[in-house]
Design a binder for this molecule. Structure first.
Ligand SMILES: [Zn+2]
Length: 133
């Protein structure tokens, strides 16, 4: 299951952060998930809750935001939103790897991965947010 390995990687990073910064309690972890990463937010949330049980980050909130995909076309220098299949059988629009401008093959520039954007935590009783990277 894709989401489980993503959740494990996230939890591992947050736990590293916790031990490196003498964090008392993690309040929330904010993730940016690329539209093309094939990560299902609800599945990820479910895995996160399961993995964080019995750890210092148990009960922290997982906030998920979606990053819109951006593609690059080598041929016509197009950079922007991908072209979508309008498939009636699928739940949402499916991005294609075809340039909306010239029909050439595009490369994914953004929206292909998952990153921790911030970790909100308490050292004392006051919450404090800093960027994770
Ligand atoms: Zn193009």
């Amino acid at each position: 299951m894709h989401e489980l390995s993503v959740a494990s990687a996230v939890v591992e990073k947050v736990l590293e952060f916790v031990s490196a910064h003498s964090v008392k309690k993690v309040l929330a972890v904010r993730l940016a998930i690329g539209e093309l990463s094939h990560i299902e937010a609800e599945q990820l949330r479910f895995c996160y809750v399961a993995i964080t049980e019995q750890t210092p980050i148990q009960d922290s909130a997982l906030e998920i935001e979606t990053v819109e995909a951006v593609v690059n076309c080598e041929r016509c220098r197009y950079r922007g939103r991908p072209k979508y299949w309008d498939d009636a059988l699928s739940v949402g629009p499916i991005p294609t790897m075809e340039c909306p401008n010239c029909g050439g093959a595009v490369e994914i520039a953004e929206g292909n991965d998952c990153a921790i954007k911030s970790i909100r935590f308490a050292v004392e009783d006051d919450g404090l947010a800093i960027p994770a990277a």
